[in-house]
Design a protein around this ligand. Structure first.
Ligand code: CIR
Length: 255
C-alpha cells in the first residue's frame, strides 16, 4: 500500500518564509488548495495520514522538507532554515511507527526538498538549505543500502526539487540554468516552457497520472504531448510561499 503523509495549513502560514516579495499570503486560500491536493492524492489510491497543523511553524505544511524515506529507513532532516527545525517531531513519530529512524546531526543541514529519488538513485541538491556535511550523512546511510548518491549544485533555486522534478523512473522536468545539469547526465531532461519560468511543479502519482501546476499550461501541454497523463491543479497560494507539489507530502510504500 502507498501512503502520503500530509500536514494541515496553519493560520500562521501568512508568515511563511519567502524569497521574494508579493501580495500578503492568504491562509484560507492555501488551505482550500491544499484540500484539493490531498483529495487528488486520495483519488489516486494513496492512504492519507494527516498530521495536525502547527501554528508555531508557518512553513509546516511543506512536510517534504522534514524527512526522507530511503529503503526501510526514515531520515529526519535538519533544515538549513533554523525556524523550521521544530517541525520534525510529529513527522518523525509518524514515520518511526513504520521505519527505522535516523537523524541528520549538526553541523549537517538537509531539507527534504533537496533530495530527489528516481530510478533507484538519489540526487541531492547542495543549496542554501543543504550543506556538504548533511549530504555526506545522507550518502553514508544510502551506502549501507547500496543506493547511489549524486550531488547536484543548485545555483538559482531554493531546493533541487524547486527546479528538477522526477516525472517517472528516468525523466525529469527542469528549469534551465538552475542547477549543474552535468550531474543529471544519466537522466532524460525535459525543459519547462521558457514563458513559464519557475512556475511549473509536477508530481507523478501511483495510478500513472501526473499532477502539474495549473499556472504552467504550455509545459503541461508539452508533457501531455510527450505521453504523460496530466492532471492540472491550482496551488498558486502555496507556490507564493515558494512551495511546489512535491513539498506538500511525503509519499512512501508501507513496509
Ligand atoms: C521555505 O522557505 O522553507 C518554505 N516557504 C517553502 C518550502 C518549499 N519546500 C519544498 O520545495 N520542498
Amino acid at each position: 500500500m502507498d501512503s502520503a503523509l500530509v500536514r494541515g495549513v496553519p493560520d500562521s502560514f501568512i508568515d511563511a518564509l519567502r524569497g521574494g516579495s508579493g501580495p500578503a499570503l492568504d491562509a484560507d486560500l492555501a488551505r482550500e488548495q491544499h484540500g484539493v491536493y490531498v483529495a487528488l492524492l486520495e483519488s489516486a489510491g494513496y492512504a492519507i495520514e494527516a498530521v495536525a497543523a502547527d501554528e508555531r511553524h508557518p512553513d509546516s505544511v511543506f512536510v517534504e522538507d522534514t524527512a526522507v524515506v530511503v529503503g526501510l529507513t526514515a531520515v529526519v532532516a535538519r533544515s538549513g532554515a533554523p525556524t523550521r527545525r521544530g517541525e520534525t517531531p510529529p513527522i518523525a513519530a509518524a514515520l518511526a511507527s513504520r521505519f527505522s529512524t535516523t537523524t541528520i546531526e549538526p553541523p549537517g543541514t538537509l531539507d527534504g526538498g533537496d533530495v530527489m529519488q528516481i530510478g533507484g538513485s538519489v540526487y541531492v541538491g547542495r543549496s542554501r538549505r543543504t550543506n556538504r556535511n548533511g549530504i555526506d550523512q545522507l550518502a553514508a546511510i544510502c551506502a549501507t543500502l547500496d543506493i547511489p548518491v549524486t550531488t547536484v549544485d543548485v545555483h538559482d533555486a531554493l531546493h533541487l526539487k524547486s527546479v528538477v522534478l522526477p516525472l517517472d523512473d528516468e525523466a525529469v522536468l527542469t528549469t534551465p540554468n538552475s542547477v549543474d545539469e552535468q550531474a543529471l547526465k544519466d537522466l532524460l531532461i525535459l525543459y519547462e516552457a521558457e514563458s513559464e519560468h519557475r512556475r511549473c511543479s509536477a508530481l507523478p502519482m501511483r495510478d500513472g497520472r501526473l499532477m502539474v501546476t495549473a499556472n504552467a499550461p504550455a509545459t503541461a501541454d508539452m508533457l501531455a504531448k510527450a505521453g504523460y497523463s496530466v492532471v492540472p491543479i491550482d496551488v498558486s497560494e502555496l507556490q507564493a510561499a515558494d512551495g511546489g507539489l512535491t513539498c506538500l507530502s511525503i509519499v512512501f510504500r508501507e513496509p
